[in-house]
Every structure is written in structure tokens, then in C-alpha cells.
Design a protein around this ligand. Structure first.
Ligand SMILES: Nc1ncnc2c1ncn2[C@@H]1O[C@H](COP(=O)(O)OP(=O)(O)OP(=O)(O)O)[C@@H](O)[C@H]1O
Length: 284
């Protein structure tokens, strides 16, 4: 239960309700194309990645990678260091442009869209290395995620301290931490801020990158509980974590990659026992 009496889903539903998903037949932003559409545009999102390729010079970081994540499901993306997990996140968000292939959210082709437009379409990520605005407090960092879509509504509405507080408390901050600067926070607190900032954008699909790294056992339990609650409410997840023990209960299936190539996709146990997956972790 989030602070202020609402459930967590209430928190992002209010925001997601304002998310602009173009109606059938409407003009699409920035020349985006639509190949299909989810029914109703509810809280869950369908992510479709087809034949994604990304090269950095001679290195193929993403090698013809395809993945379907059905609305409301949670997928763990695993692989050894340098396998290409974060690069896939960056391409979904438009922070790294793929060389070829398609990425669609509920049938809306994301490729032509800038990152801000993708966030508005309903996908949001956390960063492996937390990236708060250093000169802004916890509350202000959350406020950035809560900002309405255009400058006029922002001026009209102003900040919403109640929602900032709700989000902060829901990830485990105490009220007296709201005015703290990132430099005063522990790694655990910075990861909580990543979660709150990501939730504030009202996503229907969340990409979590190593959200458990550097957390205490208690903090891991709290973030896990939060993810489980959001799953129960219909959020779609793609989760990268080297902490497999923490990851397993949070996912419906696992996808393993190595050298940017998908090597296994299925139930967690099957994927972990897959010969190619075991070899990739052992570096053989
Ligand atoms: N901007 C970049 N320029 C050049 N090479 C890059 C760039 N970003 C990533 N790479 C390389 O692409 C490969 C995949 O990196 P990526 O960070 O996606 O792997 P990862 O699976 O997330 O690794 P880790 O588990 O260590 O975070 C690595 O070999 C990395 O060095």
C-alpha cells in the first residue's frame, strides 16, 4: 500500500491515464508507424523487438535479437558481463539507435521517436549506475518524472508534493529524506530514487537494470515487494539482474543472451540449466 491511502497502481494509473497513445486513425508522432494495437491501451504494455542489430565498430553488441513480452508479464534478461543487456535497454529507450530491426510498444513503432516520446508512450527505465540530478533534492528528482507532458500544463498544475511524497514513501524513503541531495544518499537510497523516478513517469512497461546491486537484504526485500505489487496490478517488466536469487521470484520467464545473441528463452529453471547458458557464464 502506498502512502496517502492509494495503491501503487493508483499512483501510476493517474499518470498513465494522461499518457498519449494515439487513437486508431490518428496522426502518429514524429512519423511513427503502427503495426498493431493493444485493446483498450490499459496499464499493461506489449513489447515487441524484432531482429535488432547494433554494432559498435567491429563489435556486434546486439545480434539479430528478437523478443516478445506479452502485456502484464515479467521477463528476466540474463547473460554474463558484456553480453549486451544494457545496450538492449538503451535501444528500447532510444538512447542508442539500432542499426536495424524494429521495437514496438503496443504496436507503436518506437524507432523514429525521441526518448521523451517513448517515455510518454509508456516505457521507462532505471539505470545500472543511478543518474539523479545532482543539484536537486529527492523530491525534485521525483518531480522531474512527474512533470506533465507540456510546459503549459506544468505551469497550470505546478508541482504535486503529495504525489512526490507518495512515491518517495512507496519505495522506502522516510519523509525527512525528501529534501536530501543525492550526494547525501547511500547506494541503496539512490536505487530507490531510480525506482521512484521511473514510476513517476507513469509507465506501463518498466525496464529495471540491476536494481538490487548494492542493496541490503532488507532493501532487496522491499524493492522485490514493490515489483510484485506492480506485477499484480498488471505492469509489464523486463528485468536485468546479476542477483539471480532476487530475480527468480519476480519473473515469468527468462531470456539469456551472450555476445548480443539470444541463446535461451523459457522457464527460469530450464534456461539456467541450458548447456549454452551455463557455458556462457563459465566463459567456455
Ligand atoms: N557506447 C559504446 N561504445 C562501444 N562499445 C560499447 C558501447 N556500449 C556498450 N559497448 C560494448 O557492447 C558490449 C555490450 O555491453 P552492455 O553494457 O550492453 O553489456 P551488459 O550485458 O549490460 O554488461 P554488464 O552485465 O557488465 O552490465 C560490451 O562489449 C560493451 O563494451
Amino acid at each position: 500500500m502506498a502512502a496517502g491511502g492509494g495503491t501503487l497502481s493508483d499512483l501510476w494509473r493517474r499518470r498513465a491515464g494522461a499518457v498519449h497513445v494515439p487513437a486508431e486513425g490518428a496522426d502518429l508522432p514524429d512519423g511513427a508507424s503502427r503495426t498493431a494495437r493493444s485493446e483498450g491501451g490499459g496499464m499493461s504494455a506489449h513489447l515487441s523487438i524484432r531482429n535488432l542489430i547494433k554494432r559498435f565498430g567491429g563489435l556486434t553488441a546486439t545480434n539479430d535479437f528478437s523478443l516478445e513480452i506479452t502485456p502484464g508479464s515479467s521477463v528476466g534478461l540474463i547473460g554474463p558481463n558484456g553480453a549486451g543487456k544494457t545496450t538492449i535497454f538503451s535501444q528500447i529507450m532510444g538512447e542508442v539507435r539500432q542499426d536495424s530491426g524494429q521495437i514496438a510498444l503496443d504496436g507503436l513503432e518506437l524507432t523514429p521517436l525521441a526518448t521523451a516520446r517513448r517515455i510518454r508512450a509508456g516505457v521507462s527505465r532505471t539505470y545500472q549506475v543511478p543518474r539523479p540530478f545532482a543539484e536537486m533534492s529527492v523530491a525534485e528528482n521525483i518531480r522531474v518524472g512527474l512533470m506533465p507532458d507540456n510546459i503549459w500544463s506544468m505551469i497550470a498544475q505546478g508541482p504535486d508534493p503529495d504525489r512526490e511524497l507518495e512515491l518517495a514513501l512507496s519505495v522506502g524513503f522516510t519523509k525527512d529524506q525528501l529534501e536530501k541531495l543525492p550526494s547525501e544518499l547511500s547506494m541503496g537510497d539512490l536505487r530507490k530514487l531510480e525506482m521512484a523516478r521511473t514510476m513517476a513517469t507513469g509507465p506501463r512497461m518498466m525496464l529495471l537494470d540491476e536494481v538490487f546491486a548494492g542493496l541490503t537484504v532488507g532493501e532487496i526485500a522491499m524493492i522485490s515487494g514493490l515489483v510484485q505489487q506492480m506485477r499484480a496490478d498488471g505492469m509489464t517488466f523486463l528485468i536485468v539482474s546479476h542477483d539471480l536469487k532476487a530475480l527468480e521470484p519476480l519473473i515469468d520467464r527468462a531470456v539469456a543472451i551472450n555476445h548480443g545473441t539470444l541463446i535461451a528463452d523459457g522457464p527460469y529453471d530450464e534456461v539456467m540449466n541450458d548447456a549454452a547458458v551455463r557455458a556462457s557464464y563459465l566463459g567456455t
